[in-house]
Each structure stands twice: as C-alpha cells, then as structure tokens.
Design a protein around this ligand. Sequence first.
Ligand SMILES: [Zn+2]
Length: 286
Amino acid sequence: MFRNKEGDYFSYSEKIILDFSTQTPYNIYSNVGESLLREIVAPTHCPSCSSPLVWENDQLFCYNTSCESKTYKLIEHFSSTLKIKGLGPSSIQKLRITSIPQIYELSLGEMVEALNSEKLAAKLFEEIQDSKKVSLSEILPAFSIPLIGKSAASKLCSVVSSIYDLNEEACTKAGLGPKASNNLLTWYNTMFLREYKWLPFSFESNEVVSVIEPKGVVCISGKLTSFKTKAEAEKVLISKGYIVKSSLTREVTILVNESGLESSKTKKARDSGVSITTNLNQLLGN
Ligand SMILES: [Zn+2]
C-alpha cells in the first residue's frame, strides 16, 4: 500500500509495478505521470513481509532473508538455472518449498501428496536427482548472487577447481571486479558455509586450465637403454610435466640420446643450443 500527500491509501497494483527480482526487489517503476509519482510516499516496509525497507542507490531493498517474495524468486531462479523441469512457481508453492535445501529434502511420497499426481511427482523427483550432477560453473549462477552470472562463474572455474578454493586472490585472477568479488565472498562466508555447503553437489569444477609451465620439451633420438620402449619413456616424461615431441622441432629444449651415437638429430640439436642428455633416468631424477 502507498500513501499520497493527503494520506489516502491506494493499492500499489493500480499505479505502480514492483519488481520483486532478487537483485532489485523494490525497483519502483511508474506507469503514471511524473506529477502523481511525486505525491507518492515511498513504502517504508516490505508489502510482502513487513520488514523495514532500506534505500540503496535510489532503490528500496527488503533485506529480510526469509521474505516470501524474495524466497520464491530465489527458488524459481535456482530451479530454472539448473533446468529442473516441473519445478516452476506453482509446484514450488504446492510443495511448500521455502529454501533451496528443501528441494533436495523432499521425498517422493511427499511430492505425490503435494502434487496430487504420481506421474508428475515421479518425473519431478527424477529431475531433482538429475540436477545434482551439475558442476561448479553451472551451479554458481543459480544462487542469485548479484553480478555472479554464467560468465563470472565460468571465469572463476578456470582458476579454481573447488568452491573451497574461493578467495580474493582467485577472484582477482579470474578477472572479477571488486563488487562481484565482494558479493561472492560475502555469500560464500554466510549463505554457503552456513546453509548451502550441505547441498548434494560436488561444488567442483573440472574446467581448470593447467597453468603449470612444462619442465621442458623433450625429443628422444635413437634407442633407449633406461626404458624398454619410447612409448614407455614418453608416458613417464609426460607424467613428470614434460612435453614430448617426436621430431626435433624448434620448441624442443632437451634431446635425449642414450645410445651416444652422434646422429644427425644430435648434431642439429648441438648446433641449435638444445641441451643433450645421455641418461633419461638422470633427467627424471630417478
Ligand atoms: Zn520482504
């Protein structure tokens, strides 16, 4: 309800549209003339939960975390981001879901009863179980953290492999701005550690780009004495962080020549300043 200067009450639905999206719950748009807008006294309390509203950058926010309007939007956004089919606004209400963890606490029996359909319940139950497979980059944008959408999440997941690695340094490395970083870390220290860490997700990412510098680029020339086959030696070299090339390309930094024979490859390597080793085990530190 809003009040004009004269103190008359009128319903906001007639004159004003309220945007209940989680990020700007009280962004007030007017579909009426400027003159009327000036007469309107902004609400001091949330029409949904009656909590006091807070002004921030010309917008009013309801900071009550259990505000029903906000909660429903949060769950809807979570469900749609994870593409849980059948968990739209109406089933969220029917199932009386008021927090994200509750989605995963529902039993099939409870769903059948609330949705009044075995078929619908079974489908939704399966969808919910399926949603547990998502990776960190898919789940982060689902939590309605301001400024943390798909793009920020995928940047983050290229530098951290687990949600527990999130810190200021990781955010900077991922190229997140100070506001986004602050939003994310605040959410992590409050909502995540208090409530969401128990959710049935791995909270891991498998998208981390390897940033380990190769120890060297190796080319093997001739027969080996320390390994039975070249393939075996290559496997060990790769596992120890080397890159293996079959021919003496420009990137090669180490030439392995265990036979000791001065092959054309060895000569070429020597001429171009490539280091030559006659003992692969020594190189590997075995
Ligand atoms: Zn509220």
